[in-house]
Design a binder for this molecule. Structure first.
Ligand code: BGC
Length: 480
Protein backbone atom coordinates (compact mmCIF):
# COMPACT_ATOMS: atom_id res chain seq x y z
CA UNK A 1 0.00 0.00 0.00
CA UNK A 2 1.39 3.38 -0.94
CA UNK A 3 1.68 6.20 1.59
CA UNK A 4 -1.10 7.98 -0.28
CA UNK A 5 -3.40 4.97 -0.01
CA UNK A 6 -2.83 4.51 3.72
CA UNK A 7 -3.46 8.25 4.34
CA UNK A 8 -6.72 7.91 2.44
CA UNK A 9 -7.63 4.90 4.53
CA UNK A 10 -6.97 6.78 7.75
CA UNK A 11 -9.26 9.52 6.53
CA UNK A 12 -12.01 7.10 5.60
CA UNK A 13 -11.68 5.46 9.02
CA UNK A 14 -11.85 8.79 10.78
CA UNK A 15 -14.89 9.87 8.80
CA UNK A 16 -16.57 6.53 9.54
CA UNK A 17 -15.86 6.89 13.29
CA UNK A 18 -17.14 10.46 13.33
CA UNK A 19 -20.20 9.39 11.36
CA UNK A 20 -20.88 6.58 13.83
CA UNK A 21 -20.51 8.98 16.78
CA UNK A 22 -22.90 11.38 15.05
CA UNK A 23 -25.46 8.64 14.42
CA UNK A 24 -25.14 7.45 18.03
CA UNK A 25 -25.51 11.02 19.30
CA UNK A 26 -28.73 11.53 17.38
CA UNK A 27 -30.01 8.08 18.32
CA UNK A 28 -29.58 8.93 21.99
CA UNK A 29 -31.34 12.25 21.43
CA UNK A 30 -34.13 10.47 19.54
CA UNK A 31 -34.63 8.18 22.55
CA UNK A 32 -34.77 11.19 24.88
CA UNK A 33 -37.31 12.90 22.62
CA UNK A 34 -39.46 9.78 22.30
CA UNK A 35 -39.45 9.25 26.05
CA UNK A 36 -40.12 12.92 26.83
CA UNK A 37 -42.24 14.36 24.03
CA UNK A 38 -41.92 18.15 24.02
CA UNK A 39 -45.57 18.73 23.15
CA UNK A 40 -46.10 21.86 21.11
CA UNK A 41 -49.32 22.85 19.37
CA UNK A 42 -50.02 25.23 16.53
CA UNK A 43 -52.29 27.65 18.37
CA UNK A 44 -53.49 29.18 15.11
CA UNK A 45 -55.23 25.89 14.39
CA UNK A 46 -56.64 25.35 17.88
CA UNK A 47 -60.32 26.07 18.40
CA UNK A 48 -60.52 27.51 21.92
CA UNK A 49 -64.30 27.17 21.94
CA UNK A 50 -63.77 23.42 22.32
CA UNK A 51 -63.05 23.86 26.04
CA UNK A 52 -65.34 21.36 27.70
CA UNK A 53 -65.66 20.57 31.39
CA UNK A 54 -69.16 19.27 31.41
CA UNK A 55 -69.94 16.57 33.96
CA UNK A 56 -69.19 16.54 37.67
CA UNK A 57 -66.72 19.36 37.60
CA UNK A 58 -66.06 21.80 40.44
CA UNK A 59 -64.55 25.28 40.03
CA UNK A 60 -62.72 27.04 42.82
CA UNK A 61 -60.04 29.52 43.81
CA UNK A 62 -56.98 28.97 46.00
CA UNK A 63 -54.90 30.96 48.47
CA UNK A 64 -52.51 30.39 51.40
CA UNK A 65 -52.54 31.85 54.90
CA UNK A 66 -49.28 33.78 54.94
CA UNK A 67 -49.94 35.26 51.52
CA UNK A 68 -53.38 36.73 52.27
CA UNK A 69 -54.27 36.82 55.97
CA UNK A 70 -52.00 39.55 57.32
CA UNK A 71 -50.22 39.81 60.66
CA UNK A 72 -48.65 36.39 60.60
CA UNK A 73 -45.77 37.22 62.90
CA UNK A 74 -45.08 33.84 64.41
CA UNK A 75 -43.69 31.91 61.46
CA UNK A 76 -40.30 31.61 59.79
CA UNK A 77 -41.37 33.84 56.91
CA UNK A 78 -41.86 36.74 59.28
CA UNK A 79 -38.24 36.36 60.44
CA UNK A 80 -37.04 35.95 56.87
CA UNK A 81 -38.75 39.14 55.72
CA UNK A 82 -36.79 41.21 58.21
CA UNK A 83 -33.49 39.36 57.68
CA UNK A 84 -30.65 40.45 55.40
CA UNK A 85 -28.36 38.33 53.23
CA UNK A 86 -24.54 38.15 53.61
CA UNK A 87 -24.18 41.33 51.55
CA UNK A 88 -26.67 43.19 53.73
CA UNK A 89 -29.43 43.10 51.11
CA UNK A 90 -33.04 42.35 52.05
CA UNK A 91 -34.28 38.83 51.36
CA UNK A 92 -37.51 39.94 49.67
CA UNK A 93 -37.55 42.11 46.59
CA UNK A 94 -37.10 45.76 47.60
CA UNK A 95 -37.31 44.83 51.28
CA UNK A 96 -41.05 44.14 51.12
CA UNK A 97 -42.81 42.31 53.95
CA UNK A 98 -46.08 40.38 54.02
CA UNK A 99 -47.38 42.74 56.73
CA UNK A 100 -51.14 43.15 56.57
CA UNK A 101 -51.26 41.30 53.23
CA UNK A 102 -54.89 41.32 51.99
CA UNK A 103 -56.24 41.51 55.54
CA UNK A 104 -58.17 38.39 54.59
CA UNK A 105 -58.20 37.39 58.28
CA UNK A 106 -60.70 40.21 58.88
CA UNK A 107 -62.20 40.52 55.42
CA UNK A 108 -62.94 36.90 54.60
CA UNK A 109 -66.71 37.53 54.43
CA UNK A 110 -66.29 40.11 51.67
CA UNK A 111 -63.87 37.78 49.93
CA UNK A 112 -66.39 34.96 50.00
CA UNK A 113 -68.77 37.32 48.23
CA UNK A 114 -66.11 37.90 45.57
CA UNK A 115 -65.84 34.14 45.10
CA UNK A 116 -69.59 33.94 44.56
CA UNK A 117 -69.47 36.80 42.07
CA UNK A 118 -66.99 34.93 39.91
CA UNK A 119 -69.08 31.76 40.05
CA UNK A 120 -66.83 29.39 42.01
CA UNK A 121 -68.10 26.91 44.59
CA UNK A 122 -64.86 25.74 46.20
CA UNK A 123 -62.10 27.48 48.14
CA UNK A 124 -58.71 25.97 48.91
CA UNK A 125 -56.89 27.74 51.75
CA UNK A 126 -54.28 26.88 54.34
CA UNK A 127 -54.69 27.03 58.07
CA UNK A 128 -51.70 28.67 59.68
CA UNK A 129 -49.92 26.21 61.95
CA UNK A 130 -48.08 29.03 63.76
CA UNK A 131 -51.40 30.61 64.79
CA UNK A 132 -53.02 27.34 65.85
CA UNK A 133 -49.98 26.04 67.74
CA UNK A 134 -48.08 29.21 68.67
CA UNK A 135 -45.88 27.31 71.12
CA UNK A 136 -44.97 23.67 70.95
CA UNK A 137 -47.89 21.67 72.36
CA UNK A 138 -49.99 24.80 73.11
CA UNK A 139 -53.07 25.23 70.93
CA UNK A 140 -54.97 28.46 70.47
CA UNK A 141 -58.74 28.02 70.47
CA UNK A 142 -59.32 31.56 69.18
CA UNK A 143 -57.37 30.77 66.04
CA UNK A 144 -59.21 27.47 65.65
CA UNK A 145 -62.55 29.25 66.07
CA UNK A 146 -61.62 31.73 63.41
CA UNK A 147 -61.03 28.99 60.85
CA UNK A 148 -64.23 27.23 61.94
CA UNK A 149 -66.12 30.43 61.26
CA UNK A 150 -64.50 30.71 57.83
CA UNK A 151 -65.67 27.16 57.05
CA UNK A 152 -69.19 27.87 58.31
CA UNK A 153 -69.41 31.01 56.26
CA UNK A 154 -68.15 29.25 53.13
CA UNK A 155 -70.64 26.40 53.56
CA UNK A 156 -73.48 28.85 54.20
CA UNK A 157 -72.69 30.47 50.86
CA UNK A 158 -72.50 27.16 49.02
CA UNK A 159 -68.71 27.10 48.79
CA UNK A 160 -66.85 23.94 49.71
CA UNK A 161 -63.75 24.40 51.90
CA UNK A 162 -60.57 22.51 51.09
CA UNK A 163 -57.90 22.81 53.78
CA UNK A 164 -54.16 22.73 53.18
CA UNK A 165 -52.32 21.66 56.32
CA UNK A 166 -48.90 22.95 55.30
CA UNK A 167 -48.29 25.69 52.77
CA UNK A 168 -44.63 26.74 53.12
CA UNK A 169 -44.91 28.40 56.55
CA UNK A 170 -43.63 26.86 59.81
CA UNK A 171 -44.08 28.08 63.38
CA UNK A 172 -40.88 29.73 64.63
CA UNK A 173 -40.49 27.08 67.36
CA UNK A 174 -40.58 24.34 64.71
CA UNK A 175 -38.14 26.15 62.43
CA UNK A 176 -35.74 26.60 65.34
CA UNK A 177 -35.77 22.85 65.95
CA UNK A 178 -34.63 22.36 62.35
CA UNK A 179 -38.08 21.89 60.77
CA UNK A 180 -38.14 19.03 58.25
CA UNK A 181 -34.35 18.79 58.17
CA UNK A 182 -34.66 16.26 60.99
CA UNK A 183 -36.69 13.09 60.57
CA UNK A 184 -37.81 13.12 64.21
CA UNK A 185 -39.45 16.55 63.78
CA UNK A 186 -42.10 14.99 61.53
CA UNK A 187 -43.76 13.97 64.82
CA UNK A 188 -44.53 17.64 65.52
CA UNK A 189 -46.42 18.02 62.28
CA UNK A 190 -48.31 14.80 62.90
CA UNK A 191 -49.36 16.00 66.37
CA UNK A 192 -50.69 19.18 64.76
CA UNK A 193 -52.67 17.13 62.22
CA UNK A 194 -54.01 14.87 64.95
CA UNK A 195 -55.22 17.91 66.83
CA UNK A 196 -56.89 19.78 63.98
CA UNK A 197 -58.40 17.08 61.81
CA UNK A 198 -61.14 15.97 64.27
CA UNK A 199 -62.11 19.61 64.89
CA UNK A 200 -62.81 20.27 61.22
CA UNK A 201 -63.79 16.83 60.00
CA UNK A 202 -67.56 17.37 60.02
CA UNK A 203 -67.24 20.54 57.92
CA UNK A 204 -64.31 19.74 55.66
CA UNK A 205 -64.11 16.72 53.39
CA UNK A 206 -61.19 17.73 51.17
CA UNK A 207 -57.69 17.95 52.61
CA UNK A 208 -54.30 18.73 51.15
CA UNK A 209 -51.46 17.53 53.34
CA UNK A 210 -48.37 19.33 52.05
CA UNK A 211 -48.26 22.00 49.39
CA UNK A 212 -45.54 21.46 46.79
CA UNK A 213 -42.81 19.56 48.68
CA UNK A 214 -40.34 20.05 45.80
CA UNK A 215 -40.82 23.81 45.67
CA UNK A 216 -40.41 24.10 49.44
CA UNK A 217 -37.18 22.16 49.11
CA UNK A 218 -35.74 23.75 45.96
CA UNK A 219 -36.38 27.32 47.08
CA UNK A 220 -35.41 26.79 50.70
CA UNK A 221 -32.50 24.34 50.38
CA UNK A 222 -31.24 24.38 46.81
CA UNK A 223 -31.31 27.89 45.40
CA UNK A 224 -31.87 29.42 48.83
CA UNK A 225 -34.32 32.18 47.84
CA UNK A 226 -36.79 31.16 50.56
CA UNK A 227 -36.12 30.43 54.22
CA UNK A 228 -33.91 28.98 55.56
CA UNK A 229 -31.90 30.23 52.55
CA UNK A 230 -29.58 27.24 52.32
CA UNK A 231 -27.90 25.86 49.22
CA UNK A 232 -27.10 22.24 49.97
CA UNK A 233 -28.33 19.55 47.53
CA UNK A 234 -27.82 16.75 50.04
CA UNK A 235 -29.85 18.47 52.71
CA UNK A 236 -32.45 19.31 50.03
CA UNK A 237 -32.85 15.58 49.35
CA UNK A 238 -33.15 14.80 53.06
CA UNK A 239 -35.78 17.48 53.58
CA UNK A 240 -37.73 16.22 50.57
CA UNK A 241 -37.71 12.71 51.98
CA UNK A 242 -38.78 13.92 55.44
CA UNK A 243 -41.56 16.16 54.21
CA UNK A 244 -42.88 13.32 52.04
CA UNK A 245 -42.82 11.12 55.13
CA UNK A 246 -44.88 13.83 56.83
CA UNK A 247 -47.39 13.55 54.01
CA UNK A 248 -47.50 9.75 54.19
CA UNK A 249 -47.99 9.72 57.94
CA UNK A 250 -50.59 12.51 57.84
CA UNK A 251 -52.50 10.60 55.15
CA UNK A 252 -52.59 7.33 57.10
CA UNK A 253 -53.37 9.11 60.34
CA UNK A 254 -56.40 10.92 58.88
CA UNK A 255 -57.60 7.70 57.31
CA UNK A 256 -57.50 6.02 60.74
CA UNK A 257 -59.47 8.79 62.50
CA UNK A 258 -63.30 8.88 62.67
CA UNK A 259 -64.66 10.13 59.34
CA UNK A 260 -61.23 9.81 57.75
CA UNK A 261 -62.20 6.93 55.49
CA UNK A 262 -64.68 9.23 53.70
CA UNK A 263 -62.34 12.21 53.51
CA UNK A 264 -60.45 13.03 50.32
CA UNK A 265 -56.84 13.48 51.35
CA UNK A 266 -54.14 14.32 48.84
CA UNK A 267 -50.66 15.58 48.23
CA UNK A 268 -50.23 18.75 46.17
CA UNK A 269 -47.57 18.33 43.51
CA UNK A 270 -46.18 21.22 41.55
CA UNK A 271 -45.39 19.95 38.06
CA UNK A 272 -42.78 22.13 36.44
CA UNK A 273 -41.31 20.11 33.62
CA UNK A 274 -37.63 20.73 33.21
CA UNK A 275 -36.98 20.62 29.49
CA UNK A 276 -33.81 21.00 27.43
CA UNK A 277 -33.30 24.51 26.07
CA UNK A 278 -32.13 23.01 22.82
CA UNK A 279 -33.58 19.53 22.19
CA UNK A 280 -30.69 18.77 19.81
CA UNK A 281 -28.10 19.33 22.52
CA UNK A 282 -27.27 16.20 24.50
CA UNK A 283 -25.84 18.25 27.37
CA UNK A 284 -29.14 20.09 27.75
CA UNK A 285 -30.97 16.74 27.78
CA UNK A 286 -28.77 15.16 30.42
CA UNK A 287 -28.94 18.20 32.69
CA UNK A 288 -32.67 18.67 32.34
CA UNK A 289 -33.54 15.01 32.76
CA UNK A 290 -31.61 14.76 36.05
CA UNK A 291 -33.30 17.94 37.27
CA UNK A 292 -36.68 16.64 36.12
CA UNK A 293 -36.17 13.37 37.95
CA UNK A 294 -35.17 15.12 41.15
CA UNK A 295 -37.95 17.72 41.01
CA UNK A 296 -40.87 15.70 39.64
CA UNK A 297 -40.24 12.01 39.28
CA UNK A 298 -38.65 11.37 42.69
CA UNK A 299 -41.96 12.28 44.34
CA UNK A 300 -44.28 10.65 41.82
CA UNK A 301 -42.33 7.39 41.70
CA UNK A 302 -42.18 7.30 45.49
CA UNK A 303 -45.99 7.33 45.55
CA UNK A 304 -46.12 4.74 42.77
CA UNK A 305 -43.44 2.29 43.92
CA UNK A 306 -42.57 3.11 47.54
CA UNK A 307 -38.99 3.77 46.39
CA UNK A 308 -37.50 7.19 47.00
CA UNK A 309 -34.59 7.95 44.66
CA UNK A 310 -33.09 11.40 44.77
CA UNK A 311 -29.96 11.48 42.68
CA UNK A 312 -27.94 14.29 41.15
CA UNK A 313 -24.48 13.18 40.01
CA UNK A 314 -21.62 14.42 42.18
CA UNK A 315 -24.13 16.23 44.40
CA UNK A 316 -26.48 13.84 46.15
CA UNK A 317 -27.64 10.24 46.14
CA UNK A 318 -30.44 9.18 48.48
CA UNK A 319 -32.19 5.85 47.98
CA UNK A 320 -34.77 4.67 50.48
CA UNK A 321 -37.98 2.70 50.64
CA UNK A 322 -41.30 3.03 52.38
CA UNK A 323 -44.11 0.79 51.11
CA UNK A 324 -46.62 2.99 52.95
CA UNK A 325 -46.00 5.65 50.31
CA UNK A 326 -47.77 3.52 47.71
CA UNK A 327 -51.29 4.79 47.22
CA UNK A 328 -51.00 7.35 50.04
CA UNK A 329 -53.15 9.87 48.22
CA UNK A 330 -56.88 9.81 47.41
CA UNK A 331 -56.41 12.39 44.69
CA UNK A 332 -53.39 14.14 43.31
CA UNK A 333 -53.42 17.90 43.64
CA UNK A 334 -51.82 19.34 40.52
CA UNK A 335 -50.28 22.81 40.61
CA UNK A 336 -49.23 23.86 37.15
CA UNK A 337 -47.76 27.13 35.90
CA UNK A 338 -45.13 26.47 33.23
CA UNK A 339 -41.94 24.62 32.38
CA UNK A 340 -38.27 25.49 32.83
CA UNK A 341 -35.72 25.13 30.08
CA UNK A 342 -32.10 24.47 30.99
CA UNK A 343 -28.93 25.02 29.00
CA UNK A 344 -25.89 22.92 29.75
CA UNK A 345 -22.71 24.74 30.74
CA UNK A 346 -19.68 23.90 32.83
CA UNK A 347 -20.48 26.63 35.32
CA UNK A 348 -22.51 24.60 37.85
CA UNK A 349 -23.52 27.72 39.79
CA UNK A 350 -25.69 28.88 36.91
CA UNK A 351 -26.56 25.48 35.47
CA UNK A 352 -30.11 25.50 36.80
CA UNK A 353 -31.04 28.95 35.59
CA UNK A 354 -34.23 28.97 33.54
CA UNK A 355 -33.79 30.26 29.95
CA UNK A 356 -37.28 30.98 28.61
CA UNK A 357 -37.79 30.12 24.95
CA UNK A 358 -38.07 33.18 22.73
CA UNK A 359 -41.25 32.04 20.93
CA UNK A 360 -43.27 31.63 24.15
CA UNK A 361 -45.54 34.36 25.52
CA UNK A 362 -44.09 35.82 28.73
CA UNK A 363 -45.53 36.13 32.22
CA UNK A 364 -44.19 38.49 34.89
CA UNK A 365 -42.49 35.55 36.60
CA UNK A 366 -39.17 34.15 35.35
CA UNK A 367 -41.01 31.59 33.22
CA UNK A 368 -43.05 32.00 30.04
CA UNK A 369 -46.43 30.53 29.16
CA UNK A 370 -46.50 26.86 28.21
CA UNK A 371 -50.11 25.60 28.16
CA UNK A 372 -49.14 22.33 26.48
CA UNK A 373 -47.27 21.44 29.67
CA UNK A 374 -50.59 21.45 31.53
CA UNK A 375 -51.76 18.66 29.22
CA UNK A 376 -48.49 16.76 29.72
CA UNK A 377 -48.60 17.22 33.51
CA UNK A 378 -52.22 16.10 33.81
CA UNK A 379 -51.42 12.96 31.81
CA UNK A 380 -48.35 12.21 33.92
CA UNK A 381 -49.96 12.61 37.34
CA UNK A 382 -52.99 10.61 36.15
CA UNK A 383 -50.69 7.56 36.00
CA UNK A 384 -50.94 7.48 39.80
CA UNK A 385 -54.39 6.02 39.19
CA UNK A 386 -56.29 8.48 41.39
CA UNK A 387 -58.46 11.46 40.40
CA UNK A 388 -56.66 14.69 39.51
CA UNK A 389 -57.71 17.96 41.09
CA UNK A 390 -55.97 21.08 39.83
CA UNK A 391 -55.18 22.80 43.11
CA UNK A 392 -53.43 25.81 41.51
CA UNK A 393 -53.03 27.45 38.14
CA UNK A 394 -52.76 31.14 37.30
CA UNK A 395 -50.64 33.90 35.82
CA UNK A 396 -48.72 36.88 37.17
CA UNK A 397 -49.62 39.61 34.71
CA UNK A 398 -49.70 43.15 36.11
CA UNK A 399 -50.63 44.65 32.72
CA UNK A 400 -53.54 42.18 32.34
CA UNK A 401 -52.72 41.91 28.64
CA UNK A 402 -52.25 38.13 28.68
CA UNK A 403 -54.67 36.91 31.36
CA UNK A 404 -57.64 36.29 29.07
CA UNK A 405 -55.55 34.30 26.59
CA UNK A 406 -53.75 32.47 29.41
CA UNK A 407 -57.03 31.30 30.93
CA UNK A 408 -58.42 30.12 27.62
CA UNK A 409 -55.29 28.34 26.41
CA UNK A 410 -54.48 26.66 29.71
CA UNK A 411 -58.06 25.51 30.20
CA UNK A 412 -58.11 24.28 26.62
CA UNK A 413 -54.99 22.19 27.34
CA UNK A 414 -56.52 20.78 30.50
CA UNK A 415 -59.81 20.05 28.83
CA UNK A 416 -57.97 18.20 26.05
CA UNK A 417 -56.38 15.93 28.66
CA UNK A 418 -59.81 15.39 30.23
CA UNK A 419 -61.33 14.58 26.86
CA UNK A 420 -58.59 12.00 26.30
CA UNK A 421 -59.58 10.21 29.48
CA UNK A 422 -57.77 11.87 32.39
CA UNK A 423 -60.07 11.84 35.42
CA UNK A 424 -59.94 15.55 36.31
CA UNK A 425 -62.53 16.49 38.91
CA UNK A 426 -61.92 20.16 39.63
CA UNK A 427 -59.86 23.28 39.12
CA UNK A 428 -58.80 25.97 41.61
CA UNK A 429 -57.53 29.21 40.12
CA UNK A 430 -54.50 30.82 41.78
CA UNK A 431 -55.47 33.24 43.07
CA UNK A 432 -58.64 35.05 44.07
CA UNK A 433 -56.76 38.33 44.52
CA UNK A 434 -53.23 39.72 44.33
CA UNK A 435 -51.23 38.67 47.36
CA UNK A 436 -47.78 38.27 48.88
CA UNK A 437 -45.77 36.30 46.35
CA UNK A 438 -43.02 35.06 48.67
CA UNK A 439 -39.54 36.27 47.59
CA UNK A 440 -41.09 38.52 44.91
CA UNK A 441 -43.17 40.39 47.47
CA UNK A 442 -46.21 42.19 46.09
CA UNK A 443 -44.81 42.79 42.61
CA UNK A 444 -46.37 39.67 41.12
CA UNK A 445 -50.07 40.11 40.38
CA UNK A 446 -51.75 36.73 40.28
CA UNK A 447 -55.22 37.93 41.24
CA UNK A 448 -58.48 37.53 39.40
CA UNK A 449 -59.19 40.61 41.51
CA UNK A 450 -56.70 43.44 41.57
CA UNK A 451 -56.03 44.49 45.15
CA UNK A 452 -55.19 48.01 46.24
CA UNK A 453 -53.01 47.32 49.28
CA UNK A 454 -53.55 50.83 50.68
CA UNK A 455 -57.34 50.69 50.72
CA UNK A 456 -57.85 46.90 50.47
CA UNK A 457 -60.25 47.54 47.63
CA UNK A 458 -60.58 44.57 45.24
CA UNK A 459 -61.55 45.01 41.61
CA UNK A 460 -62.23 42.29 39.06
CA UNK A 461 -59.68 42.39 36.26
CA UNK A 462 -60.95 42.43 32.69
CA UNK A 463 -58.84 39.42 31.77
CA UNK A 464 -60.37 37.45 34.66
CA UNK A 465 -63.81 37.63 33.07
CA UNK A 466 -62.75 34.79 30.76
CA UNK A 467 -62.74 32.53 33.85
CA UNK A 468 -66.28 33.51 34.81
CA UNK A 469 -67.44 33.05 31.22
CA UNK A 470 -65.94 29.54 31.01
CA UNK A 471 -67.50 28.49 34.33
CA UNK A 472 -70.89 29.74 33.11
CA UNK A 473 -70.52 27.96 29.79
CA UNK A 474 -69.26 24.64 31.18
CA UNK A 475 -71.43 24.53 34.29
CA UNK A 476 -70.37 24.03 37.85
CA UNK A 477 -71.65 21.01 39.72
CA UNK A 478 -71.29 22.89 43.03
CA UNK A 479 -69.80 20.77 45.78
CA UNK A 480 -68.42 17.27 45.58
C1 BGC B 1 -47.37 28.26 45.43
C2 BGC B 1 -48.07 29.55 45.74
C3 BGC B 1 -47.52 30.65 44.86
C4 BGC B 1 -47.81 30.28 43.43
C5 BGC B 1 -47.43 31.32 42.40
C6 BGC B 1 -47.13 28.02 43.98
O1 BGC B 1 -45.85 27.50 43.81
O2 BGC B 1 -48.08 27.19 46.02
O3 BGC B 1 -47.94 29.83 47.11
O4 BGC B 1 -47.99 31.90 45.17
O5 BGC B 1 -47.11 29.10 43.13
O6 BGC B 1 -46.08 31.45 42.28
Amino acid sequence: MTAKQSKKRRWVKMIAILGAIGVLYFLVIAVYILKNPQTKWDWEKVDLSEIDFSGDFVWGVAAAAHQVEGNNTNNQWYLWETAKDEKGNPRILNGQKAGLACDHWNRYSEDIQLMKDIGVTAYRFSIEWSRIEPKEGVFDTLAINHYLQVCDSLLYHGIEPMITLHHFSNPIWFEKKGAFEKAENVDDFIEFVEYVYPIFSDKVKNWCTINEPSVYVVDGYFNGINPPGISDPKLAGTVLRNILEAHIRAYHLIKSLPGGADAMVGLVKNMTYIDPYNPLNLGDWILSSYANRAFNESTLRFLETGKFNFVMPSMVKIKEENPLAIGSTDFIGLNYYSHYTLKFGFDLDNAFENRPLAHEIPTDMEYSQYPEGFYRAAKRVAKLGVPVIVTENGIADASDQYRDLFIRRYLYALSRAKKEGVDIRGYYYWSLMDNFEWSSGYDMKFGLYENDFQTQERKLRDGAKAFREIIEKCGNVGMW
